[in-house]
Write a protein that binds this ligand. Structure first.
Ligand code: EPU
Length: 427
């Protein structure tokens, strides 16, 4: 089959800073829940209906991958997908797709679990860290699959996976999701120790249980899965995106605005909200969502990123933009990924005073940022540049905005609806 191109635009974002954000905005479905849930459609021949699917570059890539393997994936209305993987024509995730989106490896577990075979490219390096994909192949081997690494691909084969006790050296999110999907169709019991506890892992477990899987303990460090022979279809609504919600909260704060983020779920964002309050934001839970506002200059905060329930690495760049304007010094340590400070040089070009030493950034707050041409380097780095641009004096032009489009749905429309002066322009 000829590889189809997943479209990437070369748009830029131009922001005229200094406008206070005010109003109400809705948060979209969670990208990092949508991706594994889409992959879970491979676990059954019956129809799976997903609602609240965000319209994003990464979702399009996953849907494209499912279709390439012969699955049916239709979107009868915006944010809804109907998926069916009765018979597949291929059980392969090719390099061209995996290199554009690492989360493509999420198809490995479901393919081996249901079809007993898969060929999935290894993604190689990544702009935020080396991010090895070791856990799923090691876990599948423990469950009895024959695993070979050939020509840059993981090739897995088995008759039927067998339950196993698996200790995960790192609580990898996509690692646990892969193994949870595989174990749902294995023979006997699988115990996953040191499991990731992210809300997205729980959302996947909820979907799998509704499809007939027998899973206990999702959200804790130990997940037990009693394999079943087959899973059925179903319908599921994806949880709201806690990182998009957090990004919008910072947008309210950094412009000294007042924004109600509809549908945001406070229980998924406890530590993040504590840090934002420490930074001087006023956060209130209302019936419709979370209201975030800020009147004064931010206060400095120290932040250390950690696996859930700790402060999420996916919000590190955004809170850094906020405290770059604080009255005082903040220390931000990144412990999840080794190279996730690519936004620092760009923020410094806008007048921030940030110094990086190893995995720690010292942010000396400044009273003003100034607009500049900057370049997005990854998804969350792009978000921090948008936030800095909203607060900066003058105009900020962010190139390579396709990084932002991978993970934020209609960000500029949402921000413009709150009063931001922001425009997408074609290069
Ligand atoms: N790791 C290993 N071995 C493995 C897998 C991971 O050592 O086999 C290490 C990684 O190198 C990293 C740490 O474990 O240092 C955590 O990585 P993890 O595997 O948990 O990350 P991931 O599953 O690849 C997901 C999100 C990321 C998010 C991280 C951490 C999805 C699709 N992606 O990635 O999201 O940063 O968890 O929370 O769920 C983003 O949305 O911007 C994003 C990068």
């Amino acid at each position: 089959m000829r590889p189809q191109r997943v479209e990437r635009t070369v748009d830029k974002m131009v922001i005229e800073g200094g406008h206070r954000l005010e109003g109400e905005v809705s948060v979209s479905g969670a990208k990092n829940a949508a991706l594994p849930l889409l992959a879970a459609s491979l676990l059954t021949g019956e129809e799976l209906r997903l609602e609240n699917v965000p319209e994003l570059g990464d979702v399009r890539t996953m849907v494209h991958l499912l279709r390439r393997m012969g699955a049916r994936a239709e979107s009868p209305q915006p944010h809804t997908f109907s998926l069916q993987a009765q018979e597949l024509t291929a059980t392969e995730a090719p390099y061209e797709l995996v290199k554009t989106m690492r989360a493509s490896v999420l198809v490995l577990g479901p393919l081996v679990g249901r079809f007993g075979r898969a060929r999935v490219s290894l993604p190689g390096g990544c702009s935020i860290g080396s991010r090895p994909i070791t856990l799923p192949p090691v876990g599948l081997a423990k469950m009895g699959a024959e695993i070979e690494l050939r020509h840059g691909y993981v090739e897995a084969r088995c008759k039927r996976l067998k339950g196993a006790w698996i200790f995960l050296e790192t609580p990898s999110v996509t690692g646990i999701e892969n193994l949870m999907m595989a174990a749902s169709l294995a023979e006997g019991e699988t115990v996953l120790e040191n499991a990731a506890r992210e809300p997205e892992v729980c959302d996947l477990a909820d979907l799998l249980v509704s499809m007939g899987a027998r899973i206990e303990g999702a959200g804790s460090e130990r997940i037990r899965i009693e394999g079943v022979k087959e899973l059925k279809g179903g319908s599921h609504r994806i949880i709201p995106d806690r990182i998009e919600a957090g990004t919008l909260m910072v947008a309210a704060g950094i412009t000294r605005g007042d924004v109600l983020i509809r549908e945001a779920k406070a229980e998924h964002m406890q530590v993040m909200m504590e840090k934002l309050v420490e930074a001087g934001m006023d956060i209130r839970l209302e019936a419709k969502g979370i209201r975030a506002s800020m009147e004064d200059r931010p206060r400095p905060v120290n932040v250390k990123t950690l696996p859930y329930p700790g402060f999420p690495t996916d919000m590190q760049a955004q809170i850094m933009a906020l405290v770059s304007l604080a009255r005082g010094r903040s220390i931000i340590s990144e412990t999840v990924f080794e190279n996730r400070f690519m936004h620092v040089n760009e923020l410094n070009r806008m007048g921030a005073q940030i110094q990086v030493e190893g995995n720690t950034a010292l942010v000396v707050g400044t009273s003003e940022l100034s607009g500049a041409p900057v370049m997005a380097t990854d998804l969350r780095a792009s978000a921090s540049l948008v936030l800095a641009g909203l607060a900066a004096k003058g105009s900020t032009c962010i190139s390579r905005i396709y990084h932002l489009d991978r993970g934020y749905e209609a960000m500029e429309r949402k921000l413009a609806s709150l009063g931001a002066v922001i425009q997408r322009v074609r290069e």
